[in-house]
Design a protein around this ligand. Sequence first.
Ligand code: GTP
Length: 283
Amino acid sequence: RAEIGKLKTLVPEVDEMLGGGMETQSITETYGEFGSGKSQFTHQLAVNVQLPEEHGGLEKSAIFIDTEDTFRPERIAQMVKGLDGEILADLLRRDLDMGKEDVEEVELGEDLEDLPEETDEVLDDLVDEFLERVHVAKAFNSNHQILLAEEARDMADELEDSEFPVGLLAIDSLTAHFRAEYVGRGNLANRQQKLNKHMHDILRVASLHNAAAVVTNQVQSNPDSMFGDPTKPVGGNILGHTSTFRIYIRKSKKDKRIIKLVDSPNLPDGESVLRITEEGLKP
Ligand code: GTP
């Protein structure tokens, strides 16, 4: 069994709270209200997973199951271009060194500002490379979503010996279709049974391929409601048993978000702060 890897958010405070990053071979559940930033979090991980380990990634690709049409390629582009200068310079240097462009004769400086003019083109190529390594599948309903998770397993098998095997399986949103389709108490048991199977399929990909799995989940009810607890994720205990990390995201002032680690089996509960910026998640 492969050693457990850590996928970093690259926000040091958050990564520290997570004991070094999101673990492979397990599922991390992020939940929060509408607009709290769950999709932004997931997009950022789809970028970070591709980074070399020394920069907090796993040097692997991502599978992104998109259930609410929230995947935005242009957001990935912004996040790649918004990576820390040192990381970006390293990636560009690697691409330039590989002789992809005829700029071998150009001396590369230590900082991004020192990179040659040709960098713009190479930067666009780099963005394309990142986008190619996010395998996006749109799920039209819950059965389709379940099917896509099963297919994710085949895809991960196929990519296992490639240059970029699967290192992240993201489902955004895990619960939206289930919530919309299985309405009412009478359907609850059935819904939980389906979700449970789905989570085990996801966990299996994560275990077999030493990948991180990240799923997003809405909070149970709207905060104005007198009924239900707005800080409780949908799905209750069933998701609880299969997800190792549960992360509650809530809005704070301006672009700030509070990230709370909840009920982790081997880490203390904690809170940390990040910002959602044009360049992605930042301290
Ligand atoms: P639902 O999917 O609606 O439940 O919400 P979510 O939690 O997935 O929220 P999402 O990740 O879509 O976050 C939306 C928030 O992220 C917005 O309110 C913005 O604050 C921020 N955001 C999204 N896109 C951008 C962007 O391109 N630039 C900046 N600066 N912020 C963005």
